[in-house]
Design a protein. Sequence first.
Length: 387
Amino acid sequence: MTSSLCLLLLVPTLAAADTPPVGTLTIHDGVLYRDGKPFRAFGLNVRDLADDVLDKGAAAKESFDTIALLGEKKVPFIRFWASYFDNRKKFLADPDRYWKNMDLLIDACEKAHVGLAPTLFWDSWNVPWTFGEYCKDWGDPTSQTRAFMERYTKEFVERYRGRSAIWFYEFSNENNLAWDLPNAMEFLKGHQDARNVAHWEVGRDSIAAFGRAVRALDPWRPLSSGCSQPRGCQWHLANFKAPGSPWETDTPEQTAIAAGWTAPDPVDLLCIHSYMPHLKYDGAKTRAEIAQYSAIAKSLGRPLYVGEWGVLDGDGKLDATFDDQLYMAHARDFCQVLYENKVPLCCWWDFSPKGWGYGMGAADLVHKRFNWVLDMLAEYNAKIAAE
């Protein structure tokens, strides 16, 4: 065997191929495709799926039972945090054990035919503190923060880019909601330093740096920032000059500009998180918001990804007056809105293996009160498949 032939065999097919592997999601001209056909799907957040797996390995019964159940219910993909607080510490303390256990999660999802949308740096603004740095250091290519991002991203993508379970990659969770807040110090307990105030340029640049790190290794799969839709005053927060109010409501044009900050090249999905109130649910308002962001996504040349959606009042707590049937009607109407607008990717919030965060709309293996959500998602995925 010649040395050149040996080299060809060692290079991953994904990086060398002119066409993506079968089943891989791709984006062309602002449209999401799978195997050459436009694609849409309703998925599910299972944010803490990896926690027990990374702790206990094969003994993480609830996590593996969750994966099996979601496979049986034909949930096509799930979003979860891969590197978050204690999970990040596990990686830094023992990378070999971390990857061995993450392999178990990936294997189980492939066996169950459940795709994955991993969020690699869920709490991105906290990452610098792990290294004694500041939030501003996300903007410094020579910082330890950026070095960690590039290391972890490289190891994750190189390890799993050939696995069918990986649908797309996501940077963080709601990175943009911290941008340019005049009252930021109130939320920085223990880290009250002006260098920890998040600014939109640094946020945008960190998202783009993540996108470049992934794209250097995986040319196909979509990229998401994980951002929410902009605050109603996001543009004014970023451009505030006294006198005046930083909380002034943005115009629709300014909202579109602020949304564009969350999807810098090469990030090719526009991600938003959308929640509607339960008791004051307004179908017209729901339709207007999703139509607005569908139009913004189109103008940016990016498919819309509603990475979190749900119907929620306050902290989501339940009481004796809670009307399950009314709640179900509101949730189904929201689902219908997303379907009618042909939103390519949507992830309901939320499912927890151990019932953590139980409240409005939270499906789980413990209470099971909201597990009808799984059937609702299956119903709408079947409607899409039948089109």
